[in-house]
Design a protein around this ligand. Structure first.
Ligand code: ATP
Ligand code: MG
Length: 879
């Protein structure tokens, strides 16, 4: 059975049993605290945790997953991948253990045709019920059920919340895979393929079971690749139809035959597997970066490149491996994931650049590790902080450091390294948290449970009568808030838009009979509860009272313009630069928008201009703006664009603008296109590798910006005294003329100085064969004075002392220079100048052949020059 059939068999089996089918969510989860989608249940988490009501009782899905904790295993075990696909059936407070177990058994036999005599199950050691159900609901005999401890068979979130036992299904692959004894004894022979988690208990933060949950859920996972191993009669996940083409390509590129050598096989698998994960990550909007998801991608690419190096590929050389590997991945996987094909150019370009970058680091890093080893005092392990710095600053993987260090017969101080890594992760986590203004999650859950999420009515109205449902502070809920207090306010219904989809939260006013609140932000927390961040500006407010809620209309309208403009821009950018320019982030503010998208080079002035033109042309056509609520699948079929990282329920809102833009979007928009007004692009720049950012102003803000630009243009035109339309030519002309004039001036000055120098030299009188020349050039600046002195000295040739002075703005400047023959006789320019400098209230600096001085008192300049001359004569006499 091929992998496409394995997916479809599972989905159909559960659809026939009342489950609604959900497509794979992106690898970037909507939950900002989770790095990557690691299981099929993750997109459903708000329903499982009770943060949002589940719109269905039963769901079935296939889900792309990336697990970073399995990366080191990849290539070494027969069953672990960093990217894999999980099929899952889910019950939200509906069926429980009996149905889940019976269906898992039936699916295994009737759906997949597995041999019932080779199936084993494990259950949690305290879960008698599960074992009993295996015996009553299926033909599984008692001697093929094993009990395992909490480590293997109990699931919980490691925080206060739900948890429960699980039961896992295994398939005995036979004696060829090692000794028997069941899955507890040999997980490679007995391959785990299906895991059923029963969310049964409420736990506290220590993991103590508090009791049974009111609504019990089922969450399951079956790995597509592992089922393919069982149904395609192969030894491991790499020999299935999903990987054979990838291994073949890796063989071709490295010249190693798969199956010939164990170590080479590991490397071939790593190259094939990591290329697959990397392609999917980039396809879902992850780009290589120093931390977070981007770092996972980077780490995978680096591991793959390193293994290519181990197989003798000249990494960084003439034949890079990334592009051909990625082509193979896309060709193999595009049938199930068509998005990969449309992202082909982005995926290959981004990862080829990453490969080239790492290839050069690999060479540098090797040298650094070897250098650090050479400096180690004998008998000490390789320092953890050095390994960390190599990893953190130079992007050199620690496992590679460890390997080189081990080759040199040394140990690595892993503990110190891990401590630094943990500190870094802690910083990253602290950065990722946001939301409920420092209010603990359990308080927010309580508020949500008591007050409800607060229905959003603000698409249609901006002002409503509501009930003030709760007042919340970091310390808990409040019974009253007085003037000056800052609180979070929950309403039973609200016209305030909560920040989401890039659009900022609404501002406005909430009034009760006794007080008035000024709302400065609106946020949605725990995936549903709307909270207004507000300050009591008059009187006091209490929960349970009536409230009049009014959104700041002007701000909201200006924000709607920017949101609609963002959609128009998004559609237009894609048309101009390519389908890969899918929105990767946006910020929608009143009168201003920011839009990020993947692209590998600057747009260039012409493209930016074309973009602005086309966007404004489309706005002027006054396209209709419609919003519709529809089924997610229908929306996708209609071609609606879903954005990376956004979370969508089964029912979605689709915003259509004219015939060119259709996006899933919960934001607020203008009622018709022309209401966007003017769109002015003010910046196009790079933000991190491979991401471009466009910033634009909309509506009145765009007009105000253009008006300011016009004022500048007019002012310039006035200054150069021509009509505005001619100002640019005129200024260009003036600049050109100014440049020419400056050049001419410099030429004249040089000629002038030369003439002047000759005149001084000619007039010089030699006494005892020595000429002492002094002169004053007021208004001549420092450099020119120095040049002049040098010219005079040059013209005199030998036996000369030259001292020149200049007064500029009441300040004095002096230069003295001495020919080399006199320097040899002990005359020093600096000694000559030192007493002279005192006459102008300054000091002298410099050397024997050239010295300079400056002073505040230009009045003493003549005297200073006379002093210099006298000093020179004294120096000569003394010499
Ligand atoms: P294992 O103990 O083999 O690592 P697991 O207990 O981590 O598996 P679950 O978290 O229960 O696995 O995931 C559910 C199913 O997803 C598994 O039964 C398996 O089919 C599949 N699966 C899990 N991890 C991987 C992986 N790294 N590569 C491929 N398939 C996986
Ligand atoms: Mg695992």
């Amino acid at each position: 059975m091929d992998s496409l059939t394995i997916r479809e068999t599972f989905l159909r089996f559960y659809e026939e049993r009342g489950h609604r089918r959900f497509p794979s969510a992106p690898l970037i989860p909507s939950d900002p605290t989770v790095l990557l989608t690691i299981a099929g249940m993750l997109p459903f988490k708000p329903w499982f945790m009770g943060d949002e009501p589940a719109p269905v009782d039963r769901a079935v899905s296939f889900q792309k997953c990336v697990r970073t904790n399995d990366i080191e295993n990849v290539g070494r075990t027969t069953r672990h991948l960093s990217f894999f696909e999980m099929l899952g059936n889910f019950s939200f407070g509906d069926y429980f253990k009996a149905d889940a177990i019976r269906w898992a058994w039936e699916l295994s036999l009737d759906g997949y045709g597995l041999d019932p005599d080779r199936i084993w199950a494990t259950v949690y050691e305290d879960d008698d019920e599960a074992e009993r159900l295996w015996l009553s609901e299926t033909d599984l005999p008692a001697d093929r059920i094993q009990r395992l401890g909490a480590e293997d068979n109990y699931w919980w979130t490691h925080a206060a919340g739900p948890g429960g036992p699980n039961t896992e299904l295994y398939y005995d692959r036979g004696e060829a895979y090692g000794p028997g004894g069941g899955p507890a004894a040999n997980p490679e022979r007995y391959l785990e393929y299906y895991n059923l988690v029963f969310m049964q208990h409420a736990l506290d933060a220590d993991g103590t079971i508090l009791g049974d949950l009111p609504a019990q859920n089922v969450d399951t996972g079956l790995g597509v690749e592992r089922m393919a191993v069982l149904l395609q009669g192969v030894d491991n996940v790499f020999e299935t139809d999903l990987f054979r083409p990838l291994l073949a390509r890796a063989e071709q590129l490295t010249g190693h035959r798969y199956g010939a050598d164990d170590a080479a096989d590991v490397s071939l698998r790593v190259i094939a597997e990591h290329a697959r994960t990397a392609a999917f990550l980039v396809g879902d909007g992850v780009l290589p970066a120093k931390e977070g998801r981007g770092y996972v991608l980077r780490r995978l690419m680096r591991r793959a490149v390193r293994h290519a190096g181990l197989l003798g590929v000249d990494v960084g050389g003439a034949a890079p491996v990334a592009i051909p590997m990625l082509e193979a991945v896309i060709d193999t996987m595009a049938a199930a994931y068509p998005d990969l094909a449309t992202q082909r150019e982005l995926i290959t370009r981004v990862l080829a650049a990453e490969e080239a970058d790492f290839a050069s680091r690999l060479r540098d890093g090797m040298a650094r590790v070897e250098g650090a080893i050479a400096e180690l005092p004998a008998g000490t392990p390789f320092r953890g902080d050095v390994a960390f710095e190599l990893h953190d600053t130079f992007g050199f993987p620690v496992d590679l450091t460890a390997e080189i260090v081990a080759d040199a017969g040394l140990g690595l101080d892993r503990q110190a390294f891990e401590a630094l890594m943990e500190a870094q992760r802690e910083r990253a986590r602290a950065g990722a948290k946001k939301g409920g203004g420092g209010v603990p999650d359990d308080v927010l859950r309580e508020v949500g449970a008591a007050a409800g999420p607060g229905e959003f009515v603000g698409y249609d109205v901006l002002e409503v009568e509501a009930t003030l449902a709760a007042l919340v502070a970091p310390t808990g809920t409040l019974e009253v808030a007085g003037e000056g207090d800052e609180v979070l306010v929950a309403l039973d219904r609200t016209p305030f838009y909560a920040e989401g989809g890039g659009q900022v939260g609404d501002h406005g006013v909430i009034e009760t009979a006794t007080g008035r609140l000024e709302v400065v932000d609106t946020q949605e927390v725990l995936g549903g509860l709307r909270l207004h961040r507000a300050r009591v500006v008059a009187g006091e407010v209490r929960p349970g009272t009536g409230a009049h809620a009014r959104v700041d209309v002007e701000r909201r309208v200006a924000t709607g313009r920017s949101h609609s403009a963002t959609h128009v821009l998004h559609a237009t950018v894609k048309e101009l630069v390519g389908a890969h320019a899918q929105q990767a982030g946006s910020l929608v503010q009143p009168g201003r928008l920011r839009f990020d998208f993947p692209h590998f080079e600057p747009l260039g002035r012409d493209t930016v201009e074309a973009l602005e033109q086309l966007v404004n042309r489309r706005v002027l056509d006054d396209p209709t703006v419609t919003t519709e609520i529809m089924d997610l699948e229908d929306a996708k079929r209609a071609g609606a664009v879903a954005n990376f990282g956004d979370k969508y329920g089964q029912v979605v809102r689709v915003v259509t603008i004219g015939g060119f833009s259709k996006e899933l979007c919960g934001g607020t928009h203008v009622p018709s296109g022309a209401r966007i007004g003017t769109v002015a692009i003010v910046r196009e720049e790079s933000v991190g590798s491979n991401t471009r950012r466009v910033e634009a102003l909309t509506g009145l803000d765009a007009v105000a910006f253009l008006a300011r630009e016009r004022v500048v243009a007019e002012e310039v035109a006035r200054l150069v005294d021509v009509p505005t339309a001619e100002a640019l030519t005129r200024v260009q002309d003036l600049v050109a003329r100014l440049r020419a004039a400056e050049k001419e001036l410099a030429r004249l000055r040089a000629a002038d100085l030369a003439t002047e120098a000759r005149r001084l030299a000619d007039a010089a009188v030699r006494e005892d064969g020595v000429a002492v020349v002094t002169a004053r050039f007021d208004g001549v600046a420092g450099d020119d004075l120095r040049r002049l002195a040098a010219e005079v000295r040059g013209a005199l040739g030998t036996a000369a002392v030259v001292a020149l002075g200049a007064a500029n703005d009441g300040k004095a400047q002096l230069i003295a220079t001495v020919t080399d023959d006199l320097v040899a006789r002990g005359v020093s320019a600096r000694t000559v100048l030192a007493p002279a400098a005192k006459r102008v209230g300054g000091g002298a600096g410099g050397g024997d052949d050239l010295a300079q001085a400056g002073g505040r008192d230009a009045d003493g300049l003549d005297e200073a020059l006379a002093t210099a001359a006298a000093e020179a004569r004294t120096a000569l006499g003394g010499g």
